[in-house]
Design a binder for this molecule. Structure first.
Ligand code: SF4
Ligand code: SF4
Length: 321
């Protein structure tokens, strides 16, 4: 795995990725291959080129620039991916956004400098920096260097993780700097987990158990809702049982996000067989009601809350305590 992480995006002013106003860094590279990933451009650790037909003016500059002869103006997906070496020359000559290269490297000092531009917003709102992905924990050495710099300025740090990481390296190099960890739990059944994410969930659940024993960090499990895959009564009740057994005290449901479907297509990958639209409010209500009922059957309490802006976050206490 690459030691120098590529970064897909730095989102400033987020109100959805932890407390207060935050800057969110999306790292490229993930050990999972969830078919329902809402940002498939973050899965591959290497830089990639995406093609958007709506943005292309058919000037032909990319054809001339490509040293591999991989570009064909008559091909709907434009790039013969089997020939492409991802050199990015086509994207660099494109006059618009027909072709774009995804993934840039920033030394940790440079990234810190960028993130500190919003320091006043963090201070006034109780916000900070969130490291997301992809899977940011793929890069423990880089994170140690970045987080040392951020913590020296007193920045609150949130991590968003799939939980699939090497625990000793994470514990040594990342955990000491994390204030809050959003920990995604997708599917309880190991076989189904492997089928839909490419990996068993054993490591994820073991790491969660370890993490919930650690002092000085808040760990908040989240379940992304995907109709017919994660958002089923069977899966949700099994997840509640797993989380209670692991010692989790609360959990959130994340609304279904179909935006990865279009991105998969412009990355030149097969279109994932998923619902094309967001869940309707009554569908969300139905699943929240079901989740609340499952919790109550297990002695927990449920409550829902809506943030000021952004997607709905549906919180539920896992225990009556
Ligand atoms: S990234 Fe390089 S090899 Fe791939 S299509 Fe563009 S110019 Fe050609
Ligand atoms: S360089 Fe950009 S705008 Fe021109 S043909 Fe290629 S993708 Fe289209």
């Amino acid at each position: 795995m690459s030691k120098r992480p590529f970064i897909v995006d730095i989102k400033r002013g987020s109100l959805e990725d932890g407390p207060g106003i935050r800057s969110v860094v999306f790292f490229k590279g993930c050990p999972l291959r969830c078919i329902f990933c809402h940002s498939p451009e973050t899965q591959d650790p290497q830089a990639e080129v995406i093609f958007s037909a709506e943005e292309c003016i058919r000037c032909g500059s990319c054809v001339d620039a490509c040293p591999e002869g991989a570009i064909d103006l008559d091909l709907p997906e434009r790039i013969h991916r089997e020939l492409c070496t991802r050199c990015g020359r086509c994207a660099s000559v494109c006059p618009g956004k027909g072709l774009r290269r995804i993934g840039s490297y920033y030394p940790s000092e440079t990234l810190t400098e960028i993130l500190l531009r919003d320091l006043p917003f963090y201070r006034h709102s109780g916000g900070g920096v969130t490291l997301s992905g992809g899977e940011c924990t793929l890069y423990p050495d880089y994170l140690e260097s970045l987080l040392t710099l951020l913590k020296a300025r007193g920045i609150h740090v949130t991590l968003e993780t799939s939980g699939y990481f090497d625990y000793p390296a994470f514990r040594k190099k990342v955990l000491p700097y994390a204030d809050l960890i959003y920990y995604d739990i997708k599917i309880a059944d190991p076989q189904l987990h492997k089928r839909y994410t490419g990996r068993s969930n054993r490591k994820i659940l073991t790491n969660l158990r370890f993490l919930l024993q650690e002092k000085g960090v808040k760990v908040h499990p989240r379940v992304p809702l995907v109709p017919g895959i994660t958002a089923t009564g069977e899966n949700l009740s099994e997840i509640i049982d797993l989380l209670r057994e692991a010692g989790a005290r609360d959990v959130s449901l994340l609304p279904y996000n179909p935006l990865g479907i279009e991105m998969a297509v412009i990355l030149g990958r097969p279109k994932p067989p998923l619902p094309a639209g967001f869940m309707k409010p009554d569908e969300e209500r139905e699943i929240v009601t079901l989740f609340g009922r499952l919790l109550q059957e297990r002695g927990g309490r449920s409550s829902t809350s809506r943030r000021n802006m952004g997607p709905v976050r549906l919180g539920a206490r896992l225990s009556g305590a």
